[in-house]
Design a binder for this molecule. Structure first.
Ligand SMILES: *[C@@H]1O[C@H](CO)[C@@H](O)[C@H](O)[C@H]1NC(C)=O
Ligand SMILES: *[C@@H]1O[C@H](CO)[C@@H](O)[C@H](O)[C@H]1NC(C)=O
Ligand SMILES: *[C@@H]1O[C@H](CO)[C@@H](O)[C@H](O)[C@H]1NC(C)=O
Length: 475
């Protein structure tokens, strides 16, 4: 009997041991899985040759993070021989927050993805302010001090901006010089010694200490309701989108001293310290709203708008173009290329695929994309984007590295290179009969934005462009 009992006890112990071993085993497995997921997530970070595709840009890096908001930057890549890459910044701000005054070592082209903002910056030596709404594009030059206030009532503000690295000085994606600040962030002024600053400000060292030591909430801070109200009132007229407002006496041209000037009257000899008179007033260039303007192209499959320096003069100086495309579900941009510029794109909503092709006619990338993904396409590389049929229209926005007229070349479809070149030369090049070629290149009646058939979309494999092999070769 005792023997049996002992044996039973032993069995129990063994079973318990086994169970706990199993538990450990499962736990270990779970941990492993999680690790794998993390690795997978990080996969995008590898950038060039990242798992998702050669021309997908990696995960955004947080460069600013405070209670009030954050700035993430996706670093651009450079194809051989290309000029400096562009970075794409994503600024998110909670309601009632301020991105404190700073200047950076890069031109900024801002696009308001959602929410409302007030942006103040120095333009031609003068302080200007603009109220921005969804779809607005605005430019701030490198080295110009600026701030951003989220003025949307209870709304988050999301801004996407291009960060041009050609003027940058550091190793980071960009370098911020905070004008206002304190302990965190540190104002650039803090680097001067007390004597210099007390003299420069003409204030006591106690006052100076108060000025330079108070702020400790970081680059994006909350404003209290009083500050917010004051800020919304604004001390500068905002002749937003109102081109009829004449510049009257406030115009900069008055500087010759002949005309009666509002500024002179108030400002007098310069003893007055109100911000208005110190900064003067100048008309800011209006913001350009991508949703309000007539699309550059539109058909029943979608629309697109691209703006360059001819449409919006402030872009001239930045060397950046801006575009927005809305593809209805199941439509595609016809295969095309940019002869002038490298293109960066951010998927704003919907999902689909982006295909990019190497010069030798092999697939460089065929990647599924969804909201928030960032892709890029080097100059000359043929590519196309297609919206999934399942998730509604796909909208994507982006920047090109040239403010000159880009004139994308479409390879297939109506108004394409193949259509206009359909002649004996092209027929000979494909080694098909001329009539046969004509028939084939005329079969597609739509141009630029085309329907994309469902069965093609479901073949998300690598070789799906193979049947078009050769058609993409550009001379
Ligand atoms: C400095 O401040 C004092 C007292 O407030 C004033 O009298 C003086 O004129 C100021 N100096 C300058 C150069 O502004
Ligand atoms: C994009 O296109 C779809 C229809 O194709 C339309 O319903 C939607 O409102 C468009 N989006 C914008 C922002 O215009
Ligand atoms: C085409 O070019 C790409 C990039 O240079 C290269 O990786 C690929 O192997 C080439 N493919 C063929 C078929 O030559």
């Amino acid at each position: 009997m005792g023997e049996v009992n002992k044996a039973l006890k032993l069995l129990m112990v063994l079973l318990l041991l086994l169970a706990s071993l199993c538990f450990v085993g499962v736990k270990g497995y779970v941990e492993e899985l999680q690790d794998e997921e993390v690795v997978k997530e990080r996969g995008g970070d590898e950038g060039e040759g990242g798992r998702r595709g050669l021309f997908m840009l990696g995960k955004a890096k947080k460069v600013v993070k405070t209670a009030g908001g954050e700035v993430r930057v996706v670093s651009g890549l450079r194809w051989k021989g290309e000029p400096n890459p562009m970075h794409i910044g994503f600024i998110s701000m909670e309601p009632n927050t301020l991105f404190i005054p700073q200047y950076i070592d890069s031109d900024l082209v801002l696009f308001v993805k959602s929410g409302e903002a007030k942006v103040g910056w120095i333009y031609k030596d003068k302080m200007v302010e603009k109220h921005l709404k969804k779809g607005d594009v605005n430019v701030i030059s490198a080295g110009s001090a600026f701030y951003i206030v989220n003025t949307g009532e209870g709304q988050k503000l999301h801004v996407i901006c291009s960060i041009d690295t050609s003027e940058s000085i550091g190793h980071g994606p960009y370098e911020s010089f905070f004008v206002g600040g304190g302990r965190y962030p540190t104002s650039v002024l803090a680097g001067f010694n007390t004597r210099t600053l007390t003299a420069a400000f003409n204030i006591s060292s106690e006052e100076l200490a108060m000025l330079m030591r108070s702020q400790r909430s970081g680059p994006i801070i909350y404003m209290n309701s009083e500050q917010m109200d004051q800020s919304k009132k604004s001390y500068i007229d905002d002749d937003d989108d109102d081109d009829n407002v004449d510049d009257d006496e406030d115009d900069v041209e008055d500087e010759d001293g002949t005309a009666f000037s509002w500024r002179k009257m108030l400002g007098g000899g310069g003893g007055d310290r109100t911000r208005e008179t110190e900064m003067g007033r100048v008309r800011a260039p209006h913001a350009y709203n991508l949703y309000a303007e007539k699309p550059s192209f539109e058909n029943s499959y979608g629309w697109s708008i691209a703006i360059d320096e001819h449409d919006y003069a402030p872009l001239k100086h930045t060397g950046v173009g801006v575009y927005l495309v809305n593809l209805t579900a199941g439509s595609m941009m016809a295969p095309h290329l940019n002869p002038q510029a490298t293109e960066y794109g951010v998927v704003l909503c919907g999902s689909g695929t982006v295909q990019v092709v190497f010069p030798n006619g092999s697939t460089a990338m065929s990647a599924a994309v969804e909201e928030g993904d960032v892709f890029w396409v080097p100059r000359y590389f043929p590519f196309c984007q297609a919206a999934s049929r399942r998730s509604g229209p796909m909208e994507f926005f982006g920047f090109t590295t040239s403010a000159r007229r880009n004139r994308p070349q479409f390879l297939v479809g109506a108004s394409s290179v193949l259509r206009s070149m359909r002649g004996p030369e092209l027929a000979a090049a494909f080694d098909v009969g001329e009539e046969q070629l004509k028939e084939m290149v005329r079969a597609q009646r739509a141009g630029v934005i085309l329907p994309y058939s469902a069965d093609q979309e479901d073949k998300k494999g690598e070789g799906e462009v193979d049947d078009m092999h050769g058609g993409f070769i550009i001379v």
